[in-house]
Design a protein around this ligand. Structure first.
Ligand SMILES: [Zn+2]
Length: 149
């Protein structure tokens, strides 16, 4: 069994404490996407998708509009740093490790879907600061950024 830092089968909303149901994600999108399922808070409407091969497992915390915007803003910067690059998978992993150190959290907790709104804002500021910088590896295989002047 894999231990997780978030509740993979939430029954209580992490935002409002309301009752969460496991349901078809057609209630959100109008038709089913991906796993076809979601966890939805009946009180505030926050939701999270689930893993396609494991449709009972939540992808992250239930998110409201501002959390969804925060996640998109972070991904817009973060994904450009590794997607389509050589050794993309390793770069992605190394970038998450780098970010976890900047955030002061264990690497296994470092996923945008696991972040609350405060963490999303913090991550966004960290990413914004290196957005236009050059990503490099030091001799120990750790990522750092240099800003050209
Ligand atoms: Zn809620």
């Amino acid at each position: 069994m894999v231990l997780s830092v978030i509740d993979l089968r939430p029954i209580t909303c992490n935002l409002c404490g309301g009752h969460v149901v496991y349901t078809s994600n057609a209630v959100i999108y109008g038709k089913e996407y991906g796993s076809g399922k979601c966890y939805l808070c009946l009180n505030c409407g926050a939701y999270t998708g689930t893993h396609k091969p494991r449709p009972h497992e939540a992808l992250g915390l239930l998110a409201d509009e501002s959390m969804r915007k925060g996640k998109m803003a972070c991904h817009a910067i973060f994904d450009k740093m590794w997607m389509g690059k050589p050794k993309a998978r390793k770069k992605r992993e190394d970038l998450y490790f780098w970010l976890s150190e900047k955030m002061g959290i264990p690497p296994e907790e470092c996923h945008f879907g696991y972040f609350d709104i405060q963490q999303l804002r913090k991550a966004y500021k960290i990413l914004l600061a290196v957005r236009d910088a050059e990503m490099r590896y030091d001799n120990n295989g750790r990522i750092y950024f240099t800003i050209e002047h």
